[in-house]
Design a protein around this ligand. Sequence first.
Ligand code: HEC
Length: 101
Amino acid sequence: MRAPLILSLGLALGAIPVLAQEPATPPDPALVDAGHATYRTKCQSCHGPSATSDPGGDIRGKTFRQIRSATAGFDQMPEIPLTEDQMTALAAFLAQLSDAE
Ligand code: HEC
């Protein structure tokens, strides 16, 4: 009797992370909003309201890795410390801008 109970419990617990995963598309609106908020305070002054303006240039569609690399600072791009959550949200925001094209 005990083994089937443990087995079904294991299956139930195993199913939870699958259900909790974010769908790849469409982007989670809350994540996009959080990314937009971070964008406005930390990026918009150089990359503009649509992430296409100078001096920073077009960063629509930049990925988490590209954001992490760029915000470590290079050339004219200053070092901007961000949490991984902020970078994930920024990537979601920038991805949705590039989709709108
Ligand atoms: C003080 C102005 C400034 C701010 C603020 C700024 N950037 Fe930039 N960023 C630049 C400039 C200038 C460049 C181009 C650097 C170069 O090519 O010399 C750049 C380049 C980049 C690139 C690389 C683009 C490419 O074509 O490879 C990414 C990605 C980027 N920025 C992301 C961000 C993000 C995300 C933020 C906010 C967290 C941000 N930047 C805030 C000025 C800024």
